[in-house]
Design a protein around this ligand. Structure first.
Ligand code: NAD
Length: 492
Protein backbone atom coordinates (compact mmCIF):
# COMPACT_ATOMS: atom_id res chain seq x y z
CA UNK A 1 0.00 0.00 0.00
CA UNK A 2 1.27 3.48 -0.77
CA UNK A 3 2.05 5.52 2.26
CA UNK A 4 1.50 9.26 2.63
CA UNK A 5 4.45 10.47 4.63
CA UNK A 6 3.84 13.61 6.68
CA UNK A 7 5.97 16.67 5.94
CA UNK A 8 6.19 17.27 9.67
CA UNK A 9 5.08 15.60 12.88
CA UNK A 10 3.84 17.92 15.61
CA UNK A 11 2.86 17.53 19.23
CA UNK A 12 -0.82 16.98 19.98
CA UNK A 13 -1.84 19.06 22.97
CA UNK A 14 -5.37 19.90 24.14
CA UNK A 15 -6.85 18.62 20.87
CA UNK A 16 -4.53 20.66 18.61
CA UNK A 17 -1.45 19.87 16.54
CA UNK A 18 1.24 22.29 17.68
CA UNK A 19 4.96 22.86 17.13
CA UNK A 20 7.42 23.02 20.01
CA UNK A 21 7.31 26.24 22.03
CA UNK A 22 10.84 27.06 20.83
CA UNK A 23 10.25 25.73 17.29
CA UNK A 24 12.85 22.94 17.71
CA UNK A 25 12.59 19.83 15.51
CA UNK A 26 14.58 16.64 14.92
CA UNK A 27 15.04 14.55 11.78
CA UNK A 28 13.44 11.11 11.45
CA UNK A 29 14.85 8.53 9.02
CA UNK A 30 13.69 5.13 7.78
CA UNK A 31 15.92 2.07 8.32
CA UNK A 32 16.15 0.96 4.67
CA UNK A 33 17.33 4.15 2.92
CA UNK A 34 18.52 5.72 6.19
CA UNK A 35 17.27 9.02 4.79
CA UNK A 36 15.45 11.69 6.73
CA UNK A 37 11.81 11.57 5.60
CA UNK A 38 10.27 14.07 8.01
CA UNK A 39 11.01 16.36 10.91
CA UNK A 40 9.28 15.94 14.24
CA UNK A 41 8.71 18.54 16.93
CA UNK A 42 11.42 18.22 19.60
CA UNK A 43 9.63 18.73 22.89
CA UNK A 44 11.19 20.12 26.03
CA UNK A 45 10.00 21.21 29.48
CA UNK A 46 7.79 24.02 28.09
CA UNK A 47 5.90 21.56 25.84
CA UNK A 48 5.54 19.03 28.62
CA UNK A 49 4.16 21.84 30.83
CA UNK A 50 1.54 22.70 28.20
CA UNK A 51 0.57 19.06 27.66
CA UNK A 52 0.35 18.29 31.38
CA UNK A 53 -1.73 21.44 31.93
CA UNK A 54 -4.15 20.32 29.19
CA UNK A 55 -4.35 16.81 30.64
CA UNK A 56 -4.81 18.14 34.14
CA UNK A 57 -7.57 20.47 33.04
CA UNK A 58 -9.31 17.58 31.25
CA UNK A 59 -8.96 15.49 34.39
CA UNK A 60 -10.23 18.12 36.82
CA UNK A 61 -12.85 19.92 34.74
CA UNK A 62 -13.69 17.51 31.92
CA UNK A 63 -16.15 14.60 31.77
CA UNK A 64 -13.64 11.78 31.22
CA UNK A 65 -12.81 10.54 34.75
CA UNK A 66 -16.48 10.59 35.77
CA UNK A 67 -17.98 8.88 32.71
CA UNK A 68 -19.90 5.69 33.34
CA UNK A 69 -17.86 2.62 32.48
CA UNK A 70 -20.16 1.74 29.58
CA UNK A 71 -19.73 5.20 28.03
CA UNK A 72 -15.95 5.00 28.24
CA UNK A 73 -16.03 1.44 26.92
CA UNK A 74 -18.00 2.59 23.87
CA UNK A 75 -15.28 5.12 23.09
CA UNK A 76 -12.55 2.50 23.58
CA UNK A 77 -14.35 0.22 21.13
CA UNK A 78 -14.61 3.14 18.70
CA UNK A 79 -10.82 3.61 19.00
CA UNK A 80 -10.41 -0.09 18.15
CA UNK A 81 -12.74 0.40 15.15
CA UNK A 82 -10.60 3.34 14.01
CA UNK A 83 -7.43 1.27 14.28
CA UNK A 84 -8.98 -1.62 12.39
CA UNK A 85 -10.25 0.69 9.65
CA UNK A 86 -6.68 1.99 9.20
CA UNK A 87 -4.84 -1.24 9.96
CA UNK A 88 -3.15 -1.51 6.52
CA UNK A 89 -1.99 2.10 6.74
CA UNK A 90 -0.75 1.66 10.32
CA UNK A 91 1.11 -1.56 9.45
CA UNK A 92 2.68 0.10 6.38
CA UNK A 93 3.79 3.09 8.47
CA UNK A 94 5.20 0.83 11.16
CA UNK A 95 7.12 -1.22 8.60
CA UNK A 96 8.47 1.92 6.91
CA UNK A 97 9.54 3.56 10.16
CA UNK A 98 10.84 0.56 12.17
CA UNK A 99 11.94 -1.96 9.51
CA UNK A 100 9.65 -4.68 10.90
CA UNK A 101 8.49 -7.15 8.24
CA UNK A 102 5.05 -6.16 6.97
CA UNK A 103 3.37 -9.47 7.83
CA UNK A 104 4.46 -9.05 11.44
CA UNK A 105 3.52 -5.34 11.54
CA UNK A 106 -0.02 -6.32 10.48
CA UNK A 107 -0.26 -8.61 13.48
CA UNK A 108 0.87 -5.78 15.75
CA UNK A 109 -1.84 -3.40 14.44
CA UNK A 110 -4.50 -6.07 15.04
CA UNK A 111 -3.20 -6.65 18.54
CA UNK A 112 -3.32 -2.90 19.26
CA UNK A 113 -7.04 -2.82 18.39
CA UNK A 114 -7.61 -5.89 20.56
CA UNK A 115 -5.98 -4.12 23.52
CA UNK A 116 -8.63 -1.37 23.38
CA UNK A 117 -11.49 -3.88 23.03
CA UNK A 118 -10.17 -5.95 25.88
CA UNK A 119 -9.96 -3.02 28.34
CA UNK A 120 -13.42 -1.86 27.27
CA UNK A 121 -14.68 -5.26 28.44
CA UNK A 122 -12.63 -5.14 31.64
CA UNK A 123 -14.10 -1.87 32.90
CA UNK A 124 -17.67 -2.86 32.10
CA UNK A 125 -17.23 -6.10 34.05
CA UNK A 126 -15.30 -4.40 36.88
CA UNK A 127 -16.58 -4.83 40.43
CA UNK A 128 -15.27 -3.60 43.74
CA UNK A 129 -14.55 -5.33 47.00
CA UNK A 130 -16.71 -4.94 50.07
CA UNK A 131 -15.78 -6.22 53.56
CA UNK A 132 -18.27 -6.69 56.30
CA UNK A 133 -18.17 -7.64 59.96
CA UNK A 134 -21.10 -7.36 62.44
CA UNK A 135 -19.66 -4.01 63.58
CA UNK A 136 -18.36 -2.47 60.45
CA UNK A 137 -18.70 -2.49 56.74
CA UNK A 138 -16.01 -1.39 54.32
CA UNK A 139 -16.16 -0.77 50.61
CA UNK A 140 -13.58 0.19 48.03
CA UNK A 141 -13.87 3.24 45.82
CA UNK A 142 -11.70 3.07 42.75
CA UNK A 143 -10.58 6.44 41.40
CA UNK A 144 -8.47 7.21 38.34
CA UNK A 145 -5.03 8.30 39.53
CA UNK A 146 -4.78 11.54 37.50
CA UNK A 147 -2.48 12.49 34.62
CA UNK A 148 -0.47 9.46 33.50
CA UNK A 149 2.90 9.82 31.79
CA UNK A 150 3.48 7.10 29.19
CA UNK A 151 6.98 6.59 27.77
CA UNK A 152 7.43 3.98 25.05
CA UNK A 153 10.26 2.38 23.02
CA UNK A 154 10.83 1.99 19.28
CA UNK A 155 10.27 -1.74 18.99
CA UNK A 156 6.65 -2.47 17.99
CA UNK A 157 5.87 1.16 18.93
CA UNK A 158 2.17 1.28 18.01
CA UNK A 159 1.31 -1.94 19.83
CA UNK A 160 3.27 -0.94 22.93
CA UNK A 161 1.62 2.49 22.97
CA UNK A 162 -1.82 0.84 22.81
CA UNK A 163 -0.77 -1.39 25.67
CA UNK A 164 -0.50 1.64 27.94
CA UNK A 165 -3.10 3.92 26.34
CA UNK A 166 -5.95 1.42 26.57
CA UNK A 167 -5.83 0.75 30.34
CA UNK A 168 -4.96 4.39 31.16
CA UNK A 169 -8.01 5.65 29.24
CA UNK A 170 -10.20 2.79 30.47
CA UNK A 171 -9.32 3.73 34.06
CA UNK A 172 -10.42 7.34 33.53
CA UNK A 173 -6.93 8.85 33.55
CA UNK A 174 -5.91 11.60 31.19
CA UNK A 175 -2.41 11.28 29.79
CA UNK A 176 0.68 12.50 28.01
CA UNK A 177 2.39 10.02 25.69
CA UNK A 178 6.09 10.44 24.82
CA UNK A 179 6.79 8.07 21.90
CA UNK A 180 10.30 6.90 20.99
CA UNK A 181 12.18 9.44 18.89
CA UNK A 182 13.38 6.93 16.28
CA UNK A 183 9.82 5.85 15.39
CA UNK A 184 7.21 8.61 15.80
CA UNK A 185 5.26 7.87 12.60
CA UNK A 186 2.54 5.45 13.74
CA UNK A 187 1.89 7.50 16.90
CA UNK A 188 1.16 10.49 14.65
CA UNK A 189 -1.92 8.58 13.41
CA UNK A 190 -3.42 8.37 16.89
CA UNK A 191 -4.88 11.90 17.22
CA UNK A 192 -7.28 11.40 14.28
CA UNK A 193 -8.35 8.01 15.67
CA UNK A 194 -8.96 9.48 19.13
CA UNK A 195 -10.91 12.46 17.77
CA UNK A 196 -13.14 10.28 15.59
CA UNK A 197 -13.82 7.96 18.51
CA UNK A 198 -14.97 10.90 20.66
CA UNK A 199 -12.11 11.19 23.15
CA UNK A 200 -12.51 14.72 24.57
CA UNK A 201 -9.76 17.26 23.85
CA UNK A 202 -7.02 17.25 26.50
CA UNK A 203 -7.59 13.63 27.59
CA UNK A 204 -4.98 12.29 25.17
CA UNK A 205 -1.83 14.32 24.46
CA UNK A 206 1.43 13.53 22.67
CA UNK A 207 4.76 15.26 23.13
CA UNK A 208 7.44 14.03 20.75
CA UNK A 209 11.11 14.45 21.49
CA UNK A 210 14.39 13.11 22.73
CA UNK A 211 14.22 11.00 25.90
CA UNK A 212 16.64 13.10 27.91
CA UNK A 213 14.60 16.26 27.14
CA UNK A 214 10.89 15.50 26.67
CA UNK A 215 10.91 12.16 28.55
CA UNK A 216 12.91 13.48 31.48
CA UNK A 217 10.66 16.57 31.78
CA UNK A 218 7.56 14.34 31.87
CA UNK A 219 9.06 12.18 34.61
CA UNK A 220 10.06 15.27 36.63
CA UNK A 221 6.69 17.03 36.31
CA UNK A 222 4.99 17.42 39.71
CA UNK A 223 1.46 17.11 38.26
CA UNK A 224 2.08 13.63 36.80
CA UNK A 225 1.61 11.09 39.60
CA UNK A 226 2.21 7.99 37.45
CA UNK A 227 4.86 6.96 34.94
CA UNK A 228 4.48 3.82 32.87
CA UNK A 229 7.79 3.17 31.13
CA UNK A 230 8.92 0.53 28.66
CA UNK A 231 12.53 0.62 27.57
CA UNK A 232 16.05 -0.19 28.60
CA UNK A 233 16.99 -1.12 32.14
CA UNK A 234 19.56 1.70 32.36
CA UNK A 235 16.90 4.27 31.35
CA UNK A 236 14.51 2.73 33.88
CA UNK A 237 17.02 3.34 36.66
CA UNK A 238 17.41 7.01 35.69
CA UNK A 239 13.62 7.41 35.64
CA UNK A 240 13.22 5.79 39.06
CA UNK A 241 15.73 8.20 40.57
CA UNK A 242 13.97 11.24 39.12
CA UNK A 243 10.48 9.95 39.97
CA UNK A 244 11.44 9.46 43.61
CA UNK A 245 11.41 13.25 44.15
CA UNK A 246 7.62 13.18 43.84
CA UNK A 247 7.06 9.58 45.01
CA UNK A 248 5.45 8.66 41.70
CA UNK A 249 3.77 5.38 40.95
CA UNK A 250 6.00 3.47 38.52
CA UNK A 251 5.53 0.61 36.14
CA UNK A 252 8.83 -0.49 34.62
CA UNK A 253 8.91 -2.90 31.67
CA UNK A 254 12.62 -3.30 30.98
CA UNK A 255 15.14 -5.43 29.10
CA UNK A 256 15.52 -9.18 28.86
CA UNK A 257 17.90 -12.02 28.03
CA UNK A 258 15.42 -14.84 28.10
CA UNK A 259 16.39 -18.53 28.07
CA UNK A 260 14.82 -21.16 25.83
CA UNK A 261 15.63 -24.47 27.56
CA UNK A 262 15.42 -27.60 25.39
CA UNK A 263 15.59 -31.01 27.10
CA UNK A 264 16.41 -34.19 25.16
CA UNK A 265 12.86 -35.53 25.62
CA UNK A 266 11.27 -32.46 23.98
CA UNK A 267 9.28 -32.44 20.76
CA UNK A 268 12.36 -31.27 18.88
CA UNK A 269 10.62 -30.10 15.73
CA UNK A 270 8.35 -27.80 17.72
CA UNK A 271 11.18 -26.66 20.01
CA UNK A 272 13.36 -25.69 17.07
CA UNK A 273 10.49 -23.87 15.31
CA UNK A 274 9.93 -21.94 18.52
CA UNK A 275 13.61 -21.20 19.19
CA UNK A 276 14.11 -19.87 15.66
CA UNK A 277 10.89 -17.83 15.59
CA UNK A 278 11.41 -16.63 19.18
CA UNK A 279 14.65 -14.84 18.43
CA UNK A 280 14.37 -13.85 14.75
CA UNK A 281 10.76 -12.61 14.60
CA UNK A 282 10.28 -8.84 15.05
CA UNK A 283 13.92 -8.57 13.85
CA UNK A 284 15.04 -9.94 17.21
CA UNK A 285 14.13 -6.49 18.58
CA UNK A 286 11.83 -8.08 21.08
CA UNK A 287 12.02 -7.79 24.85
CA UNK A 288 10.89 -11.41 25.32
CA UNK A 289 13.20 -12.86 22.63
CA UNK A 290 14.58 -16.27 23.59
CA UNK A 291 18.11 -15.07 22.92
CA UNK A 292 19.87 -17.80 24.95
CA UNK A 293 19.07 -21.32 23.82
CA UNK A 294 20.16 -23.89 26.43
CA UNK A 295 20.30 -27.44 25.10
CA UNK A 296 20.78 -30.80 26.83
CA UNK A 297 24.21 -32.22 25.92
CA UNK A 298 22.95 -35.42 24.26
CA UNK A 299 21.08 -33.46 21.57
CA UNK A 300 23.34 -30.40 21.51
CA UNK A 301 25.16 -31.01 18.19
CA UNK A 302 21.94 -31.89 16.40
CA UNK A 303 20.10 -28.81 17.73
CA UNK A 304 22.98 -26.46 16.91
CA UNK A 305 23.15 -27.73 13.35
CA UNK A 306 19.37 -27.61 12.86
CA UNK A 307 19.03 -24.06 14.26
CA UNK A 308 22.02 -22.88 12.19
CA UNK A 309 20.60 -24.44 9.05
CA UNK A 310 17.19 -22.84 9.62
CA UNK A 311 18.79 -19.46 10.43
CA UNK A 312 20.77 -19.49 7.20
CA UNK A 313 17.46 -19.82 5.35
CA UNK A 314 15.58 -17.05 7.21
CA UNK A 315 14.61 -14.63 4.47
CA UNK A 316 16.21 -11.24 5.14
CA UNK A 317 15.12 -8.32 3.02
CA UNK A 318 12.89 -5.39 2.26
CA UNK A 319 10.51 -5.07 5.22
CA UNK A 320 7.58 -4.23 2.92
CA UNK A 321 7.93 -7.53 1.01
CA UNK A 322 5.40 -10.07 2.37
CA UNK A 323 8.00 -12.83 1.87
CA UNK A 324 10.46 -11.15 4.24
CA UNK A 325 10.94 -12.79 7.62
CA UNK A 326 13.70 -10.54 8.97
CA UNK A 327 13.69 -6.86 8.01
CA UNK A 328 16.01 -3.90 8.64
CA UNK A 329 17.18 -2.95 12.12
CA UNK A 330 15.63 0.26 13.33
CA UNK A 331 18.52 2.74 13.17
CA UNK A 332 22.19 2.82 12.09
CA UNK A 333 23.24 3.45 15.70
CA UNK A 334 21.40 0.33 16.87
CA UNK A 335 22.67 -1.63 13.86
CA UNK A 336 26.27 -0.75 14.78
CA UNK A 337 25.61 -1.81 18.36
CA UNK A 338 24.26 -5.21 17.26
CA UNK A 339 27.21 -5.68 14.87
CA UNK A 340 29.61 -4.86 17.68
CA UNK A 341 28.10 -7.75 19.68
CA UNK A 342 28.73 -10.07 16.74
CA UNK A 343 32.39 -9.03 16.85
CA UNK A 344 32.46 -9.39 20.63
CA UNK A 345 31.07 -12.94 20.37
CA UNK A 346 33.80 -13.93 17.94
CA UNK A 347 36.49 -12.27 20.04
CA UNK A 348 35.21 -14.04 23.15
CA UNK A 349 35.62 -17.40 21.40
CA UNK A 350 32.02 -18.37 20.66
CA UNK A 351 31.60 -20.38 17.44
CA UNK A 352 29.78 -18.53 14.67
CA UNK A 353 27.44 -21.15 13.21
CA UNK A 354 25.31 -18.94 10.92
CA UNK A 355 25.06 -15.32 9.74
CA UNK A 356 27.30 -12.74 11.35
CA UNK A 357 27.23 -10.11 8.61
CA UNK A 358 25.14 -8.19 6.12
CA UNK A 359 23.67 -10.47 3.41
CA UNK A 360 25.72 -9.77 0.26
CA UNK A 361 22.63 -9.04 -1.84
CA UNK A 362 21.59 -6.16 0.45
CA UNK A 363 24.14 -3.42 0.03
CA UNK A 364 22.18 -0.66 1.81
CA UNK A 365 19.96 -0.56 4.86
CA UNK A 366 20.47 -1.90 8.38
CA UNK A 367 20.41 -5.60 7.46
CA UNK A 368 21.99 -8.46 9.37
CA UNK A 369 21.63 -12.14 8.49
CA UNK A 370 20.06 -14.29 11.20
CA UNK A 371 23.08 -15.00 13.40
CA UNK A 372 23.78 -18.07 15.53
CA UNK A 373 26.61 -18.51 18.01
CA UNK A 374 27.29 -21.96 19.47
CA UNK A 375 29.43 -22.93 22.48
CA UNK A 376 28.52 -19.70 24.27
CA UNK A 377 29.86 -19.65 27.83
CA UNK A 378 28.02 -17.94 30.69
CA UNK A 379 30.87 -15.52 31.36
CA UNK A 380 30.71 -14.14 27.81
CA UNK A 381 29.10 -10.77 27.24
CA UNK A 382 26.90 -12.23 24.49
CA UNK A 383 25.41 -14.57 27.13
CA UNK A 384 24.89 -11.81 29.70
CA UNK A 385 23.89 -8.66 27.80
CA UNK A 386 20.77 -7.85 25.83
CA UNK A 387 21.69 -7.56 22.12
CA UNK A 388 18.15 -6.77 20.92
CA UNK A 389 18.78 -8.00 17.39
CA UNK A 390 18.73 -11.22 15.34
CA UNK A 391 21.50 -12.92 17.30
CA UNK A 392 21.11 -16.11 19.35
CA UNK A 393 23.63 -17.89 21.55
CA UNK A 394 23.46 -21.65 22.18
CA UNK A 395 24.91 -23.27 25.31
CA UNK A 396 24.96 -26.96 26.35
CA UNK A 397 23.91 -28.28 29.78
CA UNK A 398 24.42 -31.67 31.40
CA UNK A 399 21.62 -31.81 34.00
CA UNK A 400 18.36 -30.18 35.04
CA UNK A 401 20.17 -28.37 37.86
CA UNK A 402 22.72 -26.97 35.45
CA UNK A 403 19.95 -25.90 33.04
CA UNK A 404 18.24 -23.92 35.81
CA UNK A 405 21.54 -22.42 37.00
CA UNK A 406 22.38 -21.29 33.46
CA UNK A 407 18.87 -19.96 32.87
CA UNK A 408 19.17 -17.84 36.03
CA UNK A 409 22.75 -16.72 35.38
CA UNK A 410 21.93 -13.21 34.08
CA UNK A 411 20.80 -9.94 35.61
CA UNK A 412 17.49 -10.20 33.72
CA UNK A 413 14.30 -12.19 34.35
CA UNK A 414 11.62 -11.33 31.81
CA UNK A 415 10.58 -14.52 29.97
CA UNK A 416 11.58 -18.19 29.79
CA UNK A 417 10.63 -21.02 27.44
CA UNK A 418 10.89 -24.67 28.49
CA UNK A 419 10.68 -27.62 26.15
CA UNK A 420 10.28 -31.09 27.68
CA UNK A 421 7.81 -33.98 27.57
CA UNK A 422 8.28 -34.72 31.27
CA UNK A 423 5.36 -33.10 33.08
CA UNK A 424 6.98 -33.17 36.50
CA UNK A 425 10.19 -31.64 35.23
CA UNK A 426 8.26 -28.96 33.32
CA UNK A 427 6.60 -27.75 36.53
CA UNK A 428 9.81 -28.04 38.57
CA UNK A 429 11.81 -25.98 36.11
CA UNK A 430 9.00 -23.44 35.59
CA UNK A 431 9.01 -22.85 39.35
CA UNK A 432 12.80 -22.60 39.57
CA UNK A 433 13.47 -20.29 36.63
CA UNK A 434 13.66 -16.63 37.66
CA UNK A 435 11.34 -15.03 35.11
CA UNK A 436 8.14 -13.01 35.18
CA UNK A 437 6.61 -15.10 32.40
CA UNK A 438 7.33 -18.71 31.51
CA UNK A 439 5.98 -20.70 28.57
CA UNK A 440 6.12 -24.49 28.64
CA UNK A 441 6.09 -26.25 25.26
CA UNK A 442 4.80 -23.06 23.69
CA UNK A 443 6.16 -19.89 22.26
CA UNK A 444 5.20 -16.36 23.16
CA UNK A 445 1.41 -16.48 23.04
CA UNK A 446 -0.19 -14.32 25.69
CA UNK A 447 -3.70 -14.14 27.07
CA UNK A 448 -4.38 -10.43 27.68
CA UNK A 449 -5.75 -11.15 31.16
CA UNK A 450 -2.43 -12.44 32.46
CA UNK A 451 0.23 -10.43 34.31
CA UNK A 452 3.01 -9.13 32.07
CA UNK A 453 6.36 -8.08 33.49
CA UNK A 454 9.75 -9.17 34.67
CA UNK A 455 11.73 -9.94 37.80
CA UNK A 456 15.29 -8.82 38.62
CA UNK A 457 16.61 -6.22 36.15
CA UNK A 458 13.67 -6.81 33.78
CA UNK A 459 11.25 -4.62 35.63
CA UNK A 460 9.06 -3.61 38.45
CA UNK A 461 5.31 -4.05 38.69
CA UNK A 462 2.99 -5.90 36.34
CA UNK A 463 0.88 -4.72 33.45
CA UNK A 464 -1.89 -6.63 31.70
CA UNK A 465 -5.48 -7.27 32.74
CA UNK A 466 -6.50 -6.22 36.22
CA UNK A 467 -2.86 -5.35 37.03
CA UNK A 468 -3.02 -2.44 34.60
CA UNK A 469 -6.29 -1.17 36.04
CA UNK A 470 -4.79 -1.38 39.55
CA UNK A 471 -1.82 0.71 38.34
CA UNK A 472 -3.90 3.50 36.78
CA UNK A 473 -6.38 3.76 39.66
CA UNK A 474 -6.23 4.39 43.38
CA UNK A 475 -8.21 2.06 45.62
CA UNK A 476 -9.72 3.95 48.51
CA UNK A 477 -11.39 2.12 51.36
CA UNK A 478 -14.37 3.58 53.22
CA UNK A 479 -15.09 2.12 56.69
CA UNK A 480 -18.65 2.56 58.03
CA UNK A 481 -19.80 1.67 61.53
CA UNK A 482 -22.99 -0.42 61.61
CA UNK A 483 -23.90 0.29 65.24
CA UNK A 484 -22.68 2.23 68.24
CA UNK A 485 -18.93 2.65 68.26
CA UNK A 486 -17.14 2.12 71.55
CA UNK A 487 -14.13 4.38 71.59
CA UNK A 488 -11.63 4.50 74.50
CA UNK A 489 -12.54 7.77 76.24
CA UNK A 490 -9.17 9.54 76.45
CA UNK A 491 -9.31 12.72 78.51
CA UNK A 492 -12.93 12.11 79.56
P1 NAD B 1 15.19 3.42 25.73
O1 NAD B 1 15.26 3.19 27.19
O2 NAD B 1 16.39 3.98 25.06
O3 NAD B 1 14.00 4.41 25.35
C1 NAD B 1 12.67 4.14 25.71
C2 NAD B 1 11.92 5.47 25.82
O4 NAD B 1 12.46 6.20 26.92
C3 NAD B 1 12.04 6.37 24.60
O5 NAD B 1 10.80 7.02 24.38
C4 NAD B 1 13.10 7.36 25.03
O6 NAD B 1 13.01 8.60 24.36
C5 NAD B 1 12.78 7.51 26.51
N1 NAD B 1 13.91 7.99 27.33
C6 NAD B 1 15.23 7.85 27.12
N2 NAD B 1 15.93 8.45 28.11
C7 NAD B 1 15.02 8.97 28.97
C8 NAD B 1 15.13 9.69 30.20
N3 NAD B 1 16.30 10.02 30.74
N4 NAD B 1 13.99 10.06 30.83
C9 NAD B 1 12.78 9.73 30.31
N5 NAD B 1 12.62 9.07 29.14
C10 NAD B 1 13.73 8.67 28.49
O7 NAD B 1 14.75 2.03 25.10
P2 NAD B 1 14.64 1.67 23.55
O8 NAD B 1 16.03 1.49 23.02
O9 NAD B 1 13.70 2.61 22.90
O10 NAD B 1 13.91 0.24 23.61
C11 NAD B 1 14.56 -0.98 23.71
C12 NAD B 1 14.52 -1.51 25.13
O11 NAD B 1 13.18 -1.64 25.57
C13 NAD B 1 15.11 -2.90 25.25
O12 NAD B 1 15.92 -2.96 26.40
C14 NAD B 1 13.89 -3.80 25.44
O13 NAD B 1 14.09 -5.02 26.10
C15 NAD B 1 12.99 -2.90 26.20
N6 NAD B 1 11.60 -3.35 26.07
C16 NAD B 1 10.99 -3.94 27.14
C17 NAD B 1 9.70 -4.40 27.03
C18 NAD B 1 9.00 -5.03 28.21
O14 NAD B 1 7.79 -5.10 28.17
N7 NAD B 1 9.70 -5.46 29.23
C19 NAD B 1 9.01 -4.28 25.83
C20 NAD B 1 9.66 -3.69 24.74
C21 NAD B 1 10.96 -3.21 24.88
Amino acid sequence: MSLNLPEKIEHYIGGRHVPSADGATFGVADPVANKEYTRAAAGGPADIDRAVAAARDAFEAGPWPGLAARARAKILNAIADGIEARSSEIAAAETFDTGLPITQAKGQAARAAENFRYFADVIVAQHEDAFSTPAQMGYVLRKPAGVAGLITPWNTPFMLESWKLAPALASGCTLVLKPAEWTPLSASMLPAIMEEAGVPAGVFNIVHGIGEDAGAALVAHPDVPLISFTGETTTGKIIMRSASDHLKGLSMELGGKSPCVIFADADLDAAIDSAVFGVFSLNGERCTAGSRVLVEASIYDEVVSRIASRASKVKVGDPSDPETQLGALVHPEHYERVLSYVETGQREGARLAAGGSRPSSLTEGNYLAATVFADVKPEMRIFQEEIFGPVVGITPFASEDEAVALANNTAYGLAAYIWTSDLKRAHRVAGAVESGMTWVNSHNVRDLRTPFGGVKASGLGREGGQHSIDFYTESRIVHVALGDTHVPRFGA
